[in-house]
Design a binder for this molecule. Structure first.
Ligand SMILES: *Cc1c(COP(=O)(O)O)cnc(C)c1O
Length: 479
């Protein structure tokens, strides 16, 4: 497949038209005087239907979840109901200005308050802020809360522990908040090693940050003992809850002993993501930590109306210019209310079932590093294929030839040549089966035609390129 032409290459000098009639609106400010306008700008001259076709074709060259299966582990690239987009776009939501008087935005505040209630119920914690604009932003907020908590108790703690399976944003947020990052090796079962954790805990440790189920796709089934050890050492237990479609309706982080949790609305609760946002990473905390949440908080006045409360001396301050990404709040609440409690539980069960279905279909060909069952995502190692000279990246690239997005690869680092597959709850059995069939075919190709796998993809507009160089020396100029 050849690269599409640039819009400048479609340009023909004969196709120039002007459709803009002279305005007859009184007071209309006309275009600059003719002598100030230039005729020699090298703008492309392309007929309107050709422009439309050009951009429609470009829009489907990149993969996206509306085009095909997108099993990118940890990212939860699931299908989002379009009705929630329409709701977020209603003029009475989308047209609000954040500095409008509160008396004119009571409905919006009520909506945010209701979303906070749903998240409190789902998390089993005591209070929620909707301010953070991403999962990583929620992490930073959470670590600031950890800092203020210890400061108020007059304790100086300098370290935050994370397991070696942690998502890359975890150490970054910890370091940004001014703490030293200490990594704890996982045990042979892909989980927090309790003995090593106890060794690492001490009066200088402010918190342990874990993901549960963790990024190896397995549930931390000693989490109660982990929580006890952390609390006995005077530290707080933080949960990275980016991927909550593994827990909603089945288990609540607050009951596992977590003190602070961030939730990615743009992964679990119906917000398209990728391309840098906008996202939403609310943070839930146990009740006694509410005093540290960002300002302002929504508060109810005695007459039942809602207002912003800025008078919170122990707060970590503002984490966002305004109150969070409100359009995400609309989508998330619409999604929750349309599914209801039973529907949300069904979402979780289906996400787990779909991942275990792929695990069962693929475990004969791909090596399973830990448990015989997974949660909402399954992590394989490509070690069987590595023995034939094929790496995880070759398998990932070959999948593109079949119209599937690649899974996450080489993460988590504790799994050699990892393939992290997250089918999500929104895929049909037919889609899961065609993906599994292709994965099994690729395994056969690794025996029969390994060179073809080294050269994949062969049907995409561009084949393999140096991804590090492409990111570092990005060239987006048409000339
Ligand atoms: C996606 C993800 C994050 C970061 O969320 P962003 O919104 O991209 O900042 C953190 N932890 C885990 C486990 C994730 O999957």
């Amino acid at each position: 497949m050849a690269l599409p032409p640039l819009i400048f290459e479609l340009s023909r000098p004969t196709t120039r038209h002007s459709y803009i009639p002279v305005s007859d609106i009184p007071g209309y400010i006309p275009l600059p005087a003719a002598e100030l306008l230039r005729d020699d700008l090298p703008l492309p001259q392309v007929a309107e239907p050709e422009v439309v076709r050009h951009f429609v074709n470009l829009s489907v060259l990149n993969h996206h979840v509306d085009k095909g299966f997108y099993p990118l582990g940890s990212c939860t690239m699931k299908y989002n109901p379009k009705v929630n987009e329409s709701l977020a776009a209603l003029p009475s939501f989308a047209g609000l200005h954040p500095s409008q008087p509160v008396s004119t935005v009571q409905g919006a505040l009520r909506l945010m308050k209701e979303l906070e209630h749903w998240l409190i119920e789902i998390s089993g914690l005591g209070a929620v802020t909707l301010q953070p604009a991403a999962g990583s932003h929620g992490e930073l907020t959470g670590i600031f809360i950890v800092r203020n908590y210890h400061q108020m108790r007059g304790e100086k703690r300098t370290k935050v522990l994370i397991p070696d399976s942690a998502h890359g944003t975890n150490p970054a947020s910890i370091a940004m908040a001014g703490y030293e990052v200490v990594s704890i090796p996982s045990n042979r079962r892909g989980r927090v090693d309790l003995a090593l954790l106890k060794d690492a805990l001490g009066p200088d440790v402010a918190a342990l940050m874990v993901t549960n189920p963790n990024t190896a796709g397995v549930f931390e089934n000693e989490i109660d003992q982990v929580a006890k050890a952390v609390h006995d050492a005077g530290a707080l237990l933080y949960m990275d809850g980016a991927n909550l479609n593994s827990l909603v309706g089945l288990a609540r982080p607050g009951e596992m002993g977590f003190d602070i949790l961030h939730i990615n609305l743009h992964k679990t609760f119906s917000t398209p993501h990728g391309g840098g946002g906008p996202g939403s990473g609310p943070v839930a905390v146990r009740s006694d930590l509410e005093q540290f949440l960002p300002v302002p908080r929504i508060q109810e006045r005695p007459d039942g109306s809602l207002d912003w409360d800025y008078n919170r001396p122990h707060s970590v301050g503002r984490m966002h210019g305004w109150y969070g990404n409100f359009g995400m709040h609309v989508r998330a609440l619409a999604y929750m209310k349309s599914l209801g409690a039973e529907g949300l539980k069904n979402m979780t069960e289906t996400a787990i079932l779909n991942a275990n279905y792929l695990l069962a279909r693929l475990k004969g060909a791909y090596k399973l590093p830990f448990d015989p069952f997974c949660t909402h995502e399954v992590v394989f190692s490509a070690d069987n294929q590595v023995a034939r000279g094929i790496k995880a990246v070759d398998i990932a690239k070959r999948l593109l030839d079949f119209g599937f997005h690649a899974p996450t690869i080489n993460f988590p680092h504790l799994v050699h040549e990892a393939l992290m597959i997250e089918p999500t709850e929104t895929e049909t059995l037919d889609t899961l089966d065609s993906f599994a069939d292709v994965m099994l075919q690729i395994d056969r190709e690794s025996r029969e035609d390994p060179d073809m796998l080294h050269n994949a993809p062969i049907t995409t507009p561009v084949s393999r390129f140096n991804e590090a160089a492409a990111a570092r020396t990005l060239d987006i100029c048409y000339k």
